[in-house]
Design a protein around this ligand. Structure first.
Ligand code: GLU
Length: 429
């Protein structure tokens, strides 16, 4: 064994997935210690109940074959079937999926949605594959996972790199294999096959709702507020729109290609039109291009990281000038950054609260499907709003009572609910 193999890995040696998992485990450890739980319960909550790894042989359009790797981690079953997105990204690793699955458990418990957490992923860059190839990958992945999926077992939804078309393929594959139609096996599916009105904008709506509540908390009126949004995709684009509709001045946005800035505020409606035509925020006529990394340290009232994990980290957290950070993405702030931001007095609204709108309306979709009775968009949005505000209030109250951060409070509430469900059910045998 070489010297390199022998030494203990340091924080900087960790891959992004290992980093995310270490952060998720540290958050759990904090809650377990505060709640006074023993080692056995800690171990149970720290480990996934089931982890599945599948090989996905893919026939490419040119006739060659390649083999991709997919995962589904089902973290906890104590409060119900497991629930969580399916991610297609070249960065997908088992550790990343483990962290994301654990965060889903806490998110569902915090918002009192009757699920445990799960997450799926395929290590693939979907931009490099045709629609037909992505359909074959999805169908094979769904088929391989058929035994562990189902409306009462585990219910995928969209995440980075997947969308309602992906969910339609999973539903169809699962249903064909089962021999009858099973709409409840996925959420975030098209409305024409049992999806819910309001699902596609739900995460963004929830992000905007808690962002406005957080601005109010720090006594900044929406019409006096400025914001920067990192990620102009499924979550960030509509969140920017809802915030702009409430009067917030969106001064900068970025996507995977770059960032644009306008100190007088971007016209978000026109930016949406520009992105619909060109596929990127770059080249938007009424804005200046800017370095995407500098967006994170702009002097704004509100920063919404709505892209990927680990973007606020030890290297840049000290330079963050926002008053409030609202985590549209899962895990955008590393543990080191969290400590630095706390020291600077930045209010961080954690992912498991801020971006929970998606899974809340996924739950509504599942309920509507189970009853075969669909609600109006107004009803969906009203119920979403109520749950987001209830979550916000519970987290703020607990953080004030215990003198801890919003993330710590959110994790403590969630971990306690999961532990309680586990304890009342007891151990079998
Ligand atoms: N992928 C989303 C999340 O991270 C939604 C999950 C769901 O609706 O099940 O919360």
């Amino acid at each position: 064994m070489t010297q390199t193999e022998e030494r203990t890995p340091t924080t900087t040696d960790r891959s992004p997935g290992e980093h995310a998992l270490a952060d998720a485990l540290a958050q759990l450890k904090f809650a377990v210690d505060l709640l006074g739980y023993g080692d056995g319960l800690h171990q149970l909550l720290a480990s996934a109940r089931r982890e599945t790894r599948v090989s996905i042989p893919l026939r490419r359009d040119d006739g060659t074959m390649e083999v991709l790797t997919g995962y589904r981690v089902q973290h906890n079953f104590s409060r119900g079937p497991t629930k969580g997105g399916l991610r297609y990204s070249p960065d997908v690793s088992l550790d990343e999926v483990r962290a994301l699955a654990m965060w889903m458990t806490w998110k569902c418990a915090l918002l009192d949605v009757p699920y445990g957490g799960a997450k799926g992923g395929v290590t693939i860059d979907p931009r490099l594959y045709s629609k037909g190839e992505l359909e074959r990958v999805t169908r094979r992945y769904a088929s391989e996972l058929q035994p562990v999926l189902g409306p009462d077992k585990d219910i995928p939804a969209p995440d980075i790199g997947t969308d309602e078309q992906t969910m339609a393929w999973i539903m169809d594959t699962y249903s064909v294999n089962a021999g009858y139609t099973v709409p409840g096996v996925v959420t975030g599916k098209p409305v024409s096959i049992g999806g819910s009105l309001g699902r596609s904008t739900a995460t963004s709506r929830g992000v905007a709702q808690v962002a406005l509540a957080a601005l109010q908390h720090v006594r900044v009126a929406p019409t006096a507020a400025t914001a920067a949004v990192q990620g102009f995709g499924k979550v960030g684009a509509s969140a920017a729109q809802f915030l702009a509709d409430a009067g917030v001045r969106i001064v900068a946005v970025s996507d995977q290609y770059g960032a644009v800035h306008a100190s007088n505020g971007l016209d978000v409606v026109r930016l949406h039109e520009h992105v619909a035509v060109t596929g990127t925020v770059l080249g938007f006529a009424d804005a200046e291009p800017m370095d995407p990394d500098s967006l994170l340290t702009l002097d704004v009232d509100l920063l919404v990281p709505a892209a990927v994990e680990g973007v606020l980290n030890a290297a840049n957290a000290a330079d963050v000038r926002a008053t409030v950070v609202v985590e549209g993405a899962n895990g955008p702030t590393t543990a080191e950054a969290d400590q630095i931001l706390r020291g600077k007095g930045v209010l961080v609204v954690p992912d498991i609260l801020a971006n929970a709108g998606g899974v809340i309306v996924s739950y509504f979709e599942w309920v509507q499907g189970n009853q075969a009775y669909w609600w109006s968009v107004e009803e969906v949005e009203e119920r979403l709003h109520q749950r987001m505000l209830a979550g916000w209030t519970a987290v703020v109250e607990s953080s004030q009572q215990l003198g801890i951060t919003l993330r710590e409070a959110a994790t403590v509430i969630a971990v306690q609910r999961v532990a309680e469900a586990h304890q009342i059910r007891g151990l079998y045998p």
